[in-house]
Every structure is written in C-alpha cells, then in structure tokens.
Ligand binder design. Structure first.
Ligand SMILES: Cc1ncc(COP(=O)(O)O)c(C=O)c1O
Length: 131
C-alpha cells in the first residue's frame, strides 16, 4: 500500500521501497546499470552513490560538480546505456542541481537521469509536490 501511495505521489508507474537511502543506492546501482553500460556521477555525490557504483559492473566516471559542460565533454567515453546520477539538493554543500537543464540535456541524448532526492522529497511546492 505504501509503495502504491508513493507511486501516486510521484505520478510514477510504480515505487520500490528499501529500508534506507543507503540501501536504495546500493541496490539500484548494483542492479540497474549493467556490464557495458556507463554511469556519469556528480563528484559531490553522497558516499552511498559511490559505494553503489563500486558494486556495479558498469563503467563509471565522475564529472565536475553541477557542470553540464564537463559532463558533455566526458560523454564521448560512454558505451551502452548511459546513466547520469545527481542529487536534487546536495548533502555536502547545500546547493541544488540544475535539474531542468539536466533533464533537457539527458532527454535530448537519450540518457537516463537518476536523481537522489534524499533532501528534497516532499519539501518543495504546495503539499510537498512540485506539480
Ligand atoms: C544524498 C543522500 N543519499 C542517500 C543517503 C542515505 O540515506 P539513509 O541515511 O536513509 O541511509 C543520504 C544520507 O544522508 C544522502 O544525503
């Protein structure tokens, strides 16, 4: 029931609950990006993202914090399905990712954008929703 409520809240097809954010990042990165795929992650990502990536068979590269130009320059190394991992609000610096620009960038190039919302889920917009 909770997963259904969360999916409705996010207007998503489905939701999957883990017992912590750390476990979610370990589980996601170990299971979804596969051998031959590529992950580009913001260098300021939380340790749980970095630990998750270490458990993945995909190849991973960091890019400069919030720097879409740097991400674009590194894209030439990509193989397979490409994942871009960011945080909506960074736990270390308290600054935000340029999500609209990142979403457009990823959509234009058919990249999968992964947004860790550990510090934003339910915080912004009326009733915690941005729509
Ligand atoms: C961005 C981010 N992702 C994941 C986590 C891990 O979440 P949890 O403390 O629920 O394991 C944290 C924890 O602070 C975090 O800041």
């Amino acid at each position: 029931m909770l997963e259904t409520q969360l999916a409705n809240f996010h207007r998503a097809e489905s939701a999957l609950l883990f017992n912590s954010g750390y476990a979610a990042n370990l589980g996601f990165f170990a299971a979804v990006p596969r051998r031959g795929d590529t992950i580009f992650y913001d260098e300021a990502s939380h340790a749980s993202v970095k630990d998750g990536i270490r458990g993945s068979f995909a190849t991973a590269y960091s890019f400069r914090h919030n720097d879409i130009g740097d991400l674009e320059r590194r894209l030439s190394r990509a193989t397979g399905a490409v994942f871009v991992a960011v945080e909506a609000l960074y736990s270390m610096d308290g600054d935000q990712a340029p999500l609209r620009e990142l979403a457009a960038f990823c959509q234009q190039r058919d990249l999968h954008l992964i947004v860790d919302e550990a510090h934003t889920n339910g915080i912004y917009g009326p009733r915690g929703k941005v729509w």
